[in-house]
Design a protein around this ligand. Structure first.
Ligand code: AMP
Ligand code: MG
Length: 353
C-alpha cells in the first residue's frame, strides 16, 4: 500500500496531521493489519479488537506472552455495548469524570470479545484515550481496537514514533506519528468486578483523583502485597538495556550512595548516568546527570521517564543510577515503572549513615 508517508524497513510512517493519514491507517486496521498510534499516555499497537487473527499478530510482533490480556480502546461509552456485558454504577461515574483519559476499566466481558484479547478471562479491560488521533482512528475503523503499548515485550514503553520504530520497524504495517505522548506512563487500570474496586496498575490517573469518586478504592495487585490479579504484572517490564539501580531514601543519603557507586563503577571502566530530580542537580558534580522532573512535580518525571531510558540506551550507557521520588500523584506510577525496570533496588533508612 502506498501512502504519503515514508517507509522504515517495510513499516509505513504516516504523519497523523497529513490529510488522509488516519483514513489510510483505518483501512489497514480493517484489513487485519497492525498500526501503532499515539495516545496521551504512550503509543499503542492497534489491531481490530474483534478479529482474533489480527489480535494474534499483536502478540507475535511484540513477543508478548499469550496469557497477558490486552486493553480494548473505544472512541466513547457508546462503543462499550460491543465488548462489555454491564456497566456498574461506579464504572459509569468514573467514565463521566475521567473519560476520555488515562483510565482503563476492567468490566464483565461480552462473549463476542475474542479469547485472544482477554487471555481467556471473563473480564475485559476498556479505555477511551484522550488523544485526538486515537479517537479519530477508532471512530474511522468503527470497532474497538486492541492496543497494548507499542514496544517489544519487556522494553520501556514508546512515547515517540521513533521509539516505536526502534522496536517494531518491519514487524508492523504502519505507525501514525502524532508527536510525543504527554503523560508518559500507561493508563491506570481499575478492576470494577471486585468489591471494593481495586487499582491493578498505577498509571496516568493518580489514585488521589480516583478516590474523589470511589473513596473505598484499594491499591490492589499492583503492589507486591496483593495476588497477581492483573496477569501482565508478573512479567519483567519497562527495562532498559542498561543495568538500572534504584536508590530510595532521604535525599542526602541517596546522593551519597549514588556518588559512591558512580565512583566505584567508573573506576571499573563502566559508563554511568544518574537519573535525578531537579532539586538534586548539584549533588553529582562530574557525573552525567539526566534530570527527571522534580520531587514536587511528578508529572514532569512521568513525561520524561521512558524517553530518558531509551535515550540512555541509545547513547550506550551501561549503568543507570536512579533516585527514587515520593509516591504521590503520578509519583506512584513513576516508582512502579522504576521498580520493574530496576535490576537492583537500594532502600536507605533515615537513621543509617
Ligand atoms: P499494556 O497493554 O501493555 O499497557 O498492559 C495492559 C495491562 O492491563 C496489563 O497489566 C494487563 O495484565 C492488564 N489487563 C488487561 N486486561 C485485563 C483484565 N481483563 N483483567 C485484569 N487485568 C487486565
Ligand atoms: Mg506494555
Amino acid at each position: 500500500m502506498k501512502g504519503s508517508g515514508r517507509e522504515a524497513a517495510g513499516t509505513l510512517v504516516l504523519d497523523a496531521a497529513e490529510p488522509g493519514a488516519v483514513d489510510l491507517a483505518a483501512a489497514v486496521l480493517r484489513d487485519g493489519g497492525l498500526v501503532a498510534f499515539p495516545t496521551e499516555t504512550v503509543y499503542g499497537l492497534g489491531a481490530d479488537g474483534l478479529n482474533p487473527a489480527a489480535v494474534r499478530r499483536i502478540f507475535a510482533a511484540k513477543g508478548r506472552p499469550a496469557d497477558n490480556p490486552l486493553i480494548l480502546h473505544v472512541s466513547g461509552p457508546e462503543m462499550l455495548g460491543q465488548v462489555v456485558r454491564e456497566v456498574p454504577a461506579e464504572a459509569g461515574a468514573l467514565m463521566r469524570e475521567f473519560w476520555p483519559g488515562p483510565l482503563t476499566l476492567v468490566l464483565p466481558r461480552q462473549p463476542a470479545v475474542p479469547d485472544e484479547v482477554t487471555a481467556g478471562l471473563n473480564t475485559v479491560a476498556v479505555r477511551c484515550a484522550a488523544h485526538p488521533v486515537a479517537l479519530a482512528l477508532i471512530a474511522a475503523v468503527g470497532r474497538p481496537l486492541a492496543a497494548p503499548s507499542a514496544n517489544r515485550s519487556g522494553r520501556p514503553s514508546p512515547t515517540r514514533a521513533e521509539d516505536v520504530l526502534e522496536d517494531l520497524a518491519g514487524r508492523i504495517d504502519a505507525v501514525l506519528d502524532g508527536g510525543p505522548s504527554g503523560v508518559g506512563v500507561e493508563s491506570t487500570v481499575v478492576d470494577l468486578t471486585v468489591e471494593p474496586p481495586a487499582v491493578l496498575r498505577p498509571g496516568g490517573l493518580p489514585p488521589e483523583d480516583l478516590r474523589r469518586v470511589i473513596p473505598a478504592l484499594v491499591i490492589g495487585a499492583g503492589s507486591e502485597a496483593g495476588p497477581a490479579r492483573s496477569p501482565g504484572l508478573k512479567y519483567t517490564h519497562y527495562a532498559p538495556r542498561a543495568y538500572l539501580v534504584l536508590v530510595e531514601g532521604p535525599a542526602e543519603q541517596v546522593g551519597a550512595e549514588i556518588r559512591r557507586r558512580a565512583a566505584v563503577l567508573r573506576a571499573a571502566g563502566r559508563s554511568v548516568a544518574v537519573l535525578a530530580a531537579e532539586e538534586s542537580r548539584d549533588r553529582y558534580p562530574g557525573e552525567r546527570v539526566v534530570i527527571l522532573g522534580s520531587r514536587r512535580d511528578p508529572e514532569r518525571a512521568a513525561a520524561a521517564l521512558f524517553a530518558s531510558l531509551r535515550d540512555l540506551d541509545r547513547s550506550g550507557i551501561e549503568v543507570i543510577l536512579a533516585e527514587g521520588i515520593p509516591r504521590r500523584g503520578l509519583g506512584l506510577a513513576v516508582m512502579d515503572r522504576l521498580e520493574r525496570a530496576a535490576r537492583e533496588i537500594v532502600k536507605l533508612e533515615e537513621d543509617e549513615s
